[in-house]
Design a protein around this ligand. Sequence first.
Ligand code: GDP
Ligand code: IMO
Ligand code: MG
Length: 423
Amino acid sequence: MAVDLLLGLQWGDEGKGKIVDVLTKNYDIIARFQGGPNAGHTLEFDGIKHVLHTIPSGIFHDNAINIVGNGVVIDPVIFKKELDNLKKFNLDIKSKLFISRKAHLILPTHRLLDAASEAAKGKAKIGSTLKGIGPTYMDKTGRNGMRVGDLELDNWQDKYRALANKHEGMIDYYDVDLQYDLKDLEAEFYKGVEELKKLDFIDSEEYLFQEQRKGKKILAEGAQGSLLDIDFGTYPYVTSSNTTAAGACTGLGVAPNQIGKVFGIFKAYATRVGSGPFPTELFDEDGETMGRVGNEFGATTGRPRRCGWLDIVALKYAVQINGVTDLMMMKGDVLSGFKTLKICTAYNYKGKEITHLPFNIEPENVTPIYTEVKGWDEDLTQMSSNGQLPETLNAYINFLEKELEVPIKIVSVGPDRTQTIHR
Ligand code: GDP
Ligand code: IMO
Ligand code: MG
């Protein structure tokens, strides 16, 4: 049985959490493969909205085991908060959430280093979520990191102390005004670690291998989006992990030839939170409408998301890099009422028309070239079958399928689990 992947094709917040929740009934295991609490994955059902940061989005289903894979970075403090939030739902967390021993830990000083680095960058800041993601992955690749499995050692606190001391020196190097009380932060960290240690740590690559052999169905859940990928995103305005399909192999220990379907999720328009180029960004009423109707505020930081038209050039690039087999279009309901919709089908790049993503998509180099299509007026949010979708929306979908050469299998028409149309 192959391992299926689900990942975002834009700059994150495409609706991954919602769709993983919808698909979980078809899977035995949901496994997060990268990123950390910079992610905010929203699920809605029975009138309740849940936001998950580290815990996989299959956690509300009884049929599935949830794994936090080796490629993920875990902040015990945020993890504890997530667990606390789940307490009132009486889920049997201990029996259905396992943590990879090889996942790296975010220390309080990683968060401080993130803040110091951003402050030192001034205007050129990445717009990081300040969750310590960059510094933690730096320690991972620099071979200095602390892993979940280290917490099983008697002397893990010595290891922690040595790394935290080193970080303190690095924070001083930045020479920025950062107010903090490390004692308080550490007390909170230790509490988080105690909570984390109540869960089972596993060798998740071995677990997944054996379960897969038994015929269990596995869905790998991505975080962030392809344009935030450390290699293929809009560097340096990216996150510090491989958000693309290959990240699932390294982030879970799944071999490339074991990957089955690749579900690529995108919004019917585009959003981005944080800094960095965004060719189709809107600064007018249309962008304001998308943000307001789409409630475009970061699930992790609450920051307003920048909004713009759908960018097929960027989307094609993401489809290609990930080998997407099935597309899922989210938030079509948000576009109801626009008389015409624009779709970016090419870039004017330094005076030449191109249809691939160039090295540099800063505004001085790239102007989007748009195709205009008719919008739809109908309220989609009550629709439950493909046949009910307005003709102009079908035309929009057909246009995208033709351009992207991949079928759109799910059309999402609202945040709730039930507002999902299968095609
Ligand atoms: P993720 O990070 O990819 O899981 O996405 P987020 O949860 O950060 O952001 C997606 C937002 O859109 C959340 O508030 C969802 O509840 C909401 N959402 C998901 N699908 C739809 C949809 O089809 N229509 C509308 N209006 N909202 C949606
Ligand atoms: P989900 O999984 C949207 C963005 C930040 C910033 C850049 C680097 O919910 O889709 P980092 O904290 O990783 O150093 O930030 O990446 N970013 C996200 N944007 N959705 C996310 O996750 C994001 N995770 C990070 O805003 O621009
Ligand atoms: Mg999100």
